[in-house]
Design a protein around this ligand. Structure first.
Ligand code: 3AM
Length: 183
């Protein structure tokens, strides 16, 4: 079985910018900068033959390159606990469009629909063991954060191996976004 997800890989310069925000919250488990990514769709464990179908479906997607600007920070909560701290993205129709295409392609090859609404983010830390006041202070301190915009020219199928400290993410296939899309 392979554990897969579809995401935007981030250039090293942008990862370094984001890494500049990390730190200073006891109990937070910071994501290593090499693991930063913007998930378009978590797939989970699938059989190799199905992974081949997923690859074919993703390769057939036609979408244009676009400019992405990460901005703001926020949290995800579950059962009253702050689970994670993330950097958000500025509203971006091209990104939403790409995510919709990925979702549609994956449903076509038989994956169950993702029920969670797409909320573009780059996870900075897992925070279930951190003090909420510290997390709220972090959000206030960095709410106006704006990263340098980057050009997104491909999206990526990643495999994920769960590790003791942090998961190991490996880019398996890049899918190019192309400026000219046939009508
Ligand atoms: O992009 P982020 O960091 O929000 O938490 C995992 C990570 O999300 C998420 O998929 C991304 C790449 O690993 N993930 C892991 N297990 C998941 C699951 N069972 C999951 N998302 C949904 N369901």
């Amino acid at each position: 079985m392979l554990r897969l997800f579809v995401a935007l890989a981030l250039p090293a310069s942008l990862r370094a910018e984001i890494a500049g925000l990390a730190g200073g919250i006891p109990g937070a488990r910071w994501v290593p900068p090499e693991n930063y990514h913007l998930t378009l769709r978590f797939i989970g464990e699938i059989e190799p033959w199905r992974a081949q179908e997923v690859d074919d479906a993703l390769a057939a997607i036609r979408a244009r390159p676009f400019t992405l600007r990460l901005a703001g920070v926020g949290t995800f909560e579950k059962a009253g606990r702050i689970q994670s701290l993330w950097v958000g993205a500025e509203r971006n129709d091209a990104l939403t469009h790409l995510q919709t295409k990925v979702e549609t392609a994956l449903q076509r090859v038989g994956l169950a629909p993702e029920r969670k609404r797409f909320s573009p983010h780059v996870t900075l830390a897992r925070t279930d063991r951190a003090a909420p006041e510290k997390l709220m202070a972090f959000v206030q301190a960095y709410n106006l954060f704006r990263a340098t915009p980057v050009e997104v020219e491909h999206f990526t199928l990643f495999s994920s191996r769960l590790g003791k400290e942090a998961s190991v993410y490996t880019p398996e296939v890049d899918y190019d976004l192309v400026a000219r899309v046939a009508a």
